[in-house]
Design a protein around this ligand. Sequence first.
Ligand SMILES: Nc1nc2c(ncn2[C@@H]2O[C@H](COP(=O)(O)OP(=O)(O)OP(=O)(O)O)[C@@H](O)[C@H]2O)c(=O)[nH]1
Ligand SMILES: [Zn+2]
Length: 352
Amino acid sequence: MGARAAARAIDALRRGWPVRVRAADGALRLMAVEGADAVTLAEFDPGAEADILISAARAQTLKLANQIAAADPDMPVLVVRAPWIDVDVATAISDPVLDLASPLKGPFMAKPLAAPLAAKAALRLARLAGILPAYFATSEGEAEAEVSAADVDAYDDAVHLAVATRARLPVSAAETAEIVAFRSPDEPREHVALIVGRRDSSPPVIRLHSECLTGDVLGSLKCDCGPQLHEALHRIADSTWGILLYLRQEGRGIGLVNKLRAYALQDQGFDTVDANVRLGFAIDARDFSVAARMLDLLGVGEVRLLTNNPNKVTGLEAAGIKVAERLPIILPANPHNERYLATKRDRTGHQL
Ligand SMILES: Nc1nc2c(ncn2[C@@H]2O[C@H](COP(=O)(O)OP(=O)(O)OP(=O)(O)O)[C@@H](O)[C@H]2O)c(=O)[nH]1
Ligand SMILES: [Zn+2]
């Protein structure tokens, strides 16, 4: 039940195994289009009856959304799987990155969803699993895992988060620092906090840093994450005391592979906002309550927050942490991230 069922379903989806998603209006048996091949599809769907479930955004790109009169603009769409739609065509239907390489042939037909609530939960589950939001869908047959819409919603890695261990960690920005690792039984990714300086009763300077493999590790010039991480550690080291929370929310919560798909769309001219939307995700899928829970576990109720993002301030405050002050963290642009920073300023409310 609950988070455990969601964790099992996420694991199954990533391995390409069938999953059943239940909701008040019915159930769907699903297999991710991503990673499917002719053999797994034949096993999943021997009678060739499965249709393809895609996001509303993807249906709009395919000009399918208006075939079904949906009052809800976020309603997923079921594409009828005509006999000529094999795994390759299904992949082209699902993945916007391929639109230039394989202009879609069509015509595709949409059909009404029997269980719209189950379909919506399935798309939320795809985001949690870090896969493309597209499935082969049937109603009957075996499934490796079963999950309800309520289980998907209950999947919140903050609830069961606990301190796993802590140790001294001198870093180049600060010799006096301690690393604290957090673990949740529901979620394989471990968040960490680096506590810098000597704790006193003043609110610490903190930074919520969302994981960015490309920026943090490889020095990507497409974003500002690497320099912000570096600057944040130094600003914290210069304060009385502070904490850097390293949150495993790669790609604003859509995961590394989906972020790189968004990058491929950016190579085709879409900005960071439109790329996420085109993939079928929210512009920002992060939930900062996990950061609030970490601060709670560290006994911190009030902070001075290094950010340009007002949503981080409201997210923390909504989760019960008082933000005494917002401290801007603005770094010079480079030719590769100029447009990204302008989009953050113009479209996502960053105060740059
Ligand atoms: N989906 C997606 N994620 C991106 C992109 N560029 C960077 N990211 C992710 O965005 C996150 C970085 O955001 P942050 O710097 O924590 O936060 P912010 O919203 O920019 O706010 P600040 O605190 O002002 O920096 C990381 O998880 C990156 O992997 C992109 O083009 N698409
Ligand atoms: Zn980055």
